[in-house]
Ligand binder design. Structure first.
Ligand SMILES: Nc1ncnc2c1ncn2[C@@H]1O[C@H](COP(=O)(O)OP(=O)(O)OP(=O)(O)O)[C@@H](O)[C@H]1O
Length: 386
């Protein structure tokens, strides 16, 4: 497996720039996810790496060899790249075994043991070898597609939204099987996705693209904990963003006085918390209070919408065992530090619908003009009450 290096790659379609100065290094034997909203240029970058398209400028190197740019254009079939498209792309008239064999070098084409080995690698039983693709589930088809892509021991594997056509239960299981197979074979891989959970859980580094630019390249934990701006913060997970006044290195906010990591200078700022940092407690004179405006129960956890005194609604992710009811009055406690951002950075568009207010103002304030709790029909929640 080889390292992939993309250097200053630019691409336009007509007069519309689609990629601008992309630099990306994928170390050998690791997986990088290309994450970004629809139309940000993920597929275009993947096609340039694969050799289906040429960059206008910049270079693509595989294993230290320039395969595109600088006047070179190694054809796609000579790059030694395995490709897994969105929906398998298996040959419908061939059996599973024949599909996998198609990926094998000519001298191994009749090697049934090697086919069984590749099927086992992606977590499939050898009994499936005689089936046609239409006799497999979507997740099984994607695994066969990966087995076929890995068969020639490619220098690089490209996966273009490989789980997007699968339903939630198959998706998780298939994602795990694919991640495992990539790790076992020490494959260098690039995964295109617009699903942040998929990117964070599958890749060793995530490249966030926005409007044809690479805005952040980081390992999943750093990306989630230290997004470089609030757009990235909201793209890679749910965000609680609050105005704050920083004094002596601590942020005075509507949910209390928060530690900051990293520290920042005094003055007005905005701070980022993740919903799992919010905890509920009994309301008291020193405790910031909120009213529960909705509870979405997911079994393993729940998302609780909290309307603060200003009317701002924020989300908390809570263990599903002790939950308040909509209308309850609760106290808020914050665990861990907040991440500060300058005040002037433009905020992302406030979302609408059930997540509304995670990012901004929504709904009527529950306090009066002076911030005092109104006489809404609220009961006080205590942690031990349910
Ligand atoms: N062949 C083409 N001709 C003209 N414009 C194109 C072509 N291919 C892509 N585009 C445009 O380039 C931009 C980036 O497209 P691309 O498919 O790379 O985005 P993406 O991030 O993969 O999106 P999605 O997640 O929806 O697949 C889009 O605005 C798209 O309309």
């Amino acid at each position: 497996m080889s390292a992939l290096t993309v250097l200053d790659v630019t691409k336009s379609y007509g007069t519309t720039p689609v990629l601008t100065g992309i630099d990306l290094h994928v170390p050998a034997g690791t997986t990088t996810a290309l994450l970004g909203p629809s139309g940000c240029g993920k597929t275009t970058l993947l096609r340039i790496v694969a050799g289906f398209d040429d960059p206008d400028s910049g270079t693509v190197e595989l294993g230290g060899r320039v395969v595109a740019g600088n006047g070179r254009g190694v054809p796609a079939r000579r790059r030694g790249i395995g490709f897994v498209p969105q929906e398998g792309g298996l040959f419908p008239h061939l059996t599973v075994a024949a599909n996998v064999m198609f990926g094998l070098p000519r001298r191994q084409r009749r090697d049934r043991a090697r086919v069984a080995e590749l099927l086992a690698l992606v977590g499939l039983d050898a009994d499936l070898a005689g089936r046609s693709p239409h006799q497999l589930s979507g997740g099984q088809q994607q695994r066969v597609a990966l087995a076929r892509a890995l068969a020639p021991e490619p220098s690089l594997v490209l996966l273009d939204e490989p789980f997007s056509s699968l339903d939630a239960s198959l998706r998780e299981e298939t994602r795990r099987a694919v991640t495992r197979a990539l790790a076992v074979t020490e494959a260098t891989a690039v995964l295109v996705t617009h699903d942040q959970a998929e990117a964070l859980s599958t890749a060793s580094q995530v490249a966030v693209l926005r409007g044809g630019r690479l805005v952040q390249l980081a390992d999943p934990r750093t990306l989630y904990r230290r997004p470089r701006d609030l757009d990235v913060a909201t793209f890679v997970g749910e965000a609680v963003v609050l105005p704050a006044d920083v004094r002596d290195g601590r942020a005075h906010s509507e949910v209390g006085v928060l530690d900051l990591e990293p520290r920042t200078g005094d003055g007005p700022a905005r701070v980022l918390l993740r919903p799992e940092q919010l905890r509920l407690t009994e309301p008291g004179p020193e405790v910031p209070v909120a009213r529960v405006s909705a509870v979405d129960f997911f079994g393993h956890d729940a998302r609780v919408s909290l309307e603060l005194a200003s009317g701002r609604v924020v989300a908390a992710r809570l263990d599903g065992r002790q939950l308040p009811e909509a209308g309850d009055r609760v106290g808020i406690e914050v665990r861990g530090a907040a991440l500060p951002f300058p005040l002037e950075e433009p905020a992302a568009e406030p979302p609408t619908g059930p997540a509304a207010g995670v990012f901004g103002l929504a709904g009527e304030p529950f306090g009066g003009p002076d911030g005092a709790p109104s006489d809404l029909d609220t009961t006080t929640w205590t942690p031990a009450a349910r």
